[in-house]
Design a protein around this ligand. Sequence first.
Ligand code: 5AD
Ligand code: SF4
Length: 488
Amino acid sequence: MIKNDDLELQMQRLDLTATPPTEEPQRQYFYMAKAKKMVGELTARLGRKPTFCVTTFGCQMNARDSEKLSGILEQIGYVDNGTDEKSDFVIYNTCTVRDNANQRVYGRLGALSNYKKKNPDMRIALCGCMMQEQSVIDKLKKSYRFVDLIFGTHNIFKFAELVCDMLENDDMIVDIWEGTDQIVEDLPIVRKYPFKSGINIMFGCNNFCSYCIVPYVRGRERSRTPEDIIREIEMLVEDGVIEIMLLGQNVNSYGKTLENSISFAELLQRIEKIEGLERIRFMTSHPKDLSDELIQVMRDSKKICRHLHLPLQSGSTRILERMNRRYTKEQYVELALKIRREIPDISLTTDIIVGFPGETDEDVDDTIDVIRTVGYDNAFTFIYSKRTGTPAAAMENQVPEDVVKRNFNRVLATVQEVSKNRTIVFTGQDVEVLVEEVNEHDESLVTGRMSNNTMVHFKGNEELIGTIQTVHLDECHGFYYTGHIAEK
Ligand code: 5AD
Ligand code: SF4
């Protein structure tokens, strides 16, 4: 991350007739300056600033990547049009973890082609995980010729350079890398919220769960150095951020690939010392790598939020083995109960897949048993989606759709019953709430989150956004509360 004013100064000093630098991020600063000049010419021709719209599919990693794309676009002179897909530059940052995410992208591209016919200046870019799949690229090249720019997860840092190419060429530009060990620092970013931010601490994944496409599209695990992470957080705090979310596919193995190896728990302790930072969240933890050291650091911390997302995927040891999760039902339950014992007010959430190849009703009974034993505060339940190229896609015994549906409903009903009983326990308490926005449905209310991530609505106005308030919880409505600001 770099401050906008500093970047602007650097860009102004560049000689655009010189050969572009080979070093990063200087090379991208050069292309940002060049793109800015081209966007200036476009502005003069249109008689207004060109607009852009970035749509994010998928996870928080992708949301953070989209902020990087927006940062560059604003730096070069585009203005954000929110969600208007009739913008001059439309970008879809895609996800491919389940097939329905892919289908949504194709659906929306259909509508875009009509808008583009009416606005010949419109440019369309696709990026993100889905673009790392050859079959997707083949399909786009064949049937979606109106797309202007396609790039992947490994070369997002060179977006400015790609935009220059796109503005200079009418042909479809496709630039997909197989992988990278490069991490480019100090590019501009705009945040969706002024008071909270995600931060990448690592990229990629080495786990190869047999159903999951992420290791193939996001590449091998790479950690950022603690110095870079802390420097970024300090800059964010200086800029008004009080809550951060540390992002990685498997944060518990953070630091293992660094020259000076450091554990995730140690990183958290260093981040805790940053003055002005109030709340620390992180996502996602793999149960096999979650250490006792981390539980202790969480327990003793004043800033780490009382929330842990601990994906179970299945409660059946037999299925877990076929999933290559490297823990058993018993090991998972023991870990979850240890966490509940050490940090009683923690909220535990999870991900569950129903319909993995070979899954029987008895396996689902095991999953339901774990849901009841652990007592999740919330769980995201997914129907298994076959991802080409993963080991599970080639497994026999794919489960029939009607069986999957029936078991999915059983799991969902259990999750709802269990989580309702968990959320309600805070009724009548005074808790700290970080106010995030004015309530969408009722302007007299604001909406915020407790440390454990539960949503709370209470009377208030815009001025409270970004502050932490002590709120008395009056009533639990399933997964959220209503309350009022507590008297001091
Ligand atoms: N099918 C269904 N769900 C999946 N997930 C990952 N891959 C698949 C798949 N092929 C789920 C997992 C993961 C979450 C991000 O998405 O539960 O934790
Ligand atoms: Fe995120 Fe995985 Fe989807 Fe990529 S495929 S956006 S890493 S959930």
